[in-house]
Ligand binder design. Structure first.
Ligand SMILES: Nc1nc2c(ncn2[C@@H]2O[C@H](COP(=O)(O)OP(=O)(O)O)[C@@H](O)[C@H]2O)c(=O)[nH]1
Ligand SMILES: [Mg+2]
Ligand SMILES: [Zn+2]
Length: 323
């Protein structure tokens, strides 16, 4: 009964093509998807005005945050429109969803911000995100937040030195004190970035520093993501404009992260410190564990690849499906 009532409510709010087609439809134009809520999508035109849009079947697939689309506004003055097609994606961030499906979280991303905390930097998670970034041709930046909780960064710098050696960028920041935020800002300028990382690491707190308008600020505190209450919670992802130029996508959806479309055979090639050692492996599908003539194992023995990174690679390897 309650379910039925909620369904009716949802139907009333839903903008369908049939409803929209009762008014005039203007000629197609280009736009960008800002967020996706339920069956509707919010599209921004080139001047920054936002329109709630229905999706035509011609679009072929679900538009996601960051998509460039061809759409039409309606003549009804209600800031409504319809999406006809999705322009080809430069890349897409995906994750596994229920029932063995793949969910696309966002598209056309320049920078993947991998957010960790100073108190508990989770390197296992970091290595997974780095693989995702390499595989989808996104630049990765490691953001270590809550540095205000530590007296010194020395210990962290030791942990992250191997990543610096691999040419990854590390930003030590504190959303609370503002430390390091200016440097991060300069890296995000004119780029489309997406935040990833566990719930509670401070993604929304960092974004809030750049959003002037209180009504636009993301909610801080992780609980709303779990309960489904509060502002902006039904969206899978939401794009914010940054005052210094560029945009940032906040996404509660990718707090649980898994790899998709990565096969066991290519995994080591996405580890920057292992890629060149994996090339000479005798077997194309080498697991780098038991096989003879394995370049990766030899590199570990020779001290060119750390045992820690090797173990991390194997853990991910065993978590991937056998395809
Ligand atoms: N001490 C400290 N706490 C922070 C910092 N950034 C965020 N927090 C707190 O961490 C909690 C989660 O923050 P939130 O931004 O919602 O994290 P999100 O889930 O990653 O978006 C909140 O209680 C914040 O006040 C920081 O730099 N230092
Ligand atoms: Mg958040
Ligand atoms: Zn091998």
């Amino acid at each position: 009964m309650r379910e039925q009532r909620r369904q009716n409510q949802a139907d009333r709010n839903l903008l369908t093509w049939e409803r929209l087609a009762q008014s005039e439809i203007l000629p197609p134009e280009d736009g960008r998807v800002i967020s996706h809520f339920g069956y509707n999508v919010e599209v921004e035109d080139i001047s920054g005005s936002r329109f709630r849009c229905a999706i035509r079947e011609t679009a072929g697939q679900e538009p996601v945050c960051g998509d460039r689309v061809q759409w039409s506004r309606s003549g009804n003055a209600l800031q409504q429109g319809v999406i006809w097609s999705i322009h080809e994606r430069k890349n897409a961030l995906q994750r596994p969803s229920v029932g063995g499906h793949v969910q696309t979280v966002a598209a056309n991303i320049d920078l993947l911000l991998i957010t960790l905390t100073a108190e508990d930097p989770n390197e296992g998670l970091l290595d997974r995100y780095l693989v995702a970034a390499e595989a989808s041709a996104m630049e990765a930046i490691i953001v270590v937040n809550k540095t205000d909780r530590l007296a010194t960064l020395e210990f962290l710098e030791q942990i992250f030195q191997p990543y610096v050696d691999m040419d990854y960028r590390i930003c030590y920041v504190s959303a609370q004190t503002g430390q390091g935020i200016a440097e991060l800002e300069s890296l995000l300028r004119h780029k489309i970035s997406i935040f990833s990382g566990h719930s509670g690491v401070g993604k929304s707190s960092i974004i809030s520093r750049w959003i002037q308008n209180d009504a636009e600020k993301p909610t801080i505190g992780a609980s709303h993501e779990l309960s489904g209450q509060g502002r902006h919670t039904t969206t899978v992802a939401r794009l914010y404009h940054l005052p210094m130029g560029g945009s940032l996508i906040d996404s509660p959806g990718i707090r649980e992260f898994g790899l998709v479309n990565i096969s066991k055979g290519v995994l080591a090639h996405y580890f920057r410190d292992m890629a060149r050692h994996a090339k000479p492996c005798r077997f194309a599908n080498c697991s780098h564990e038991h096989e003879p003539a394995c370049g990766v194992k030899e590199a570990v023995l020779a001290g060119q690849v750390s045992q820690k990174r090797y173990d991390s690679m194997l853990r991910i390897f065993h978590s991937l499906p056998n395809t």
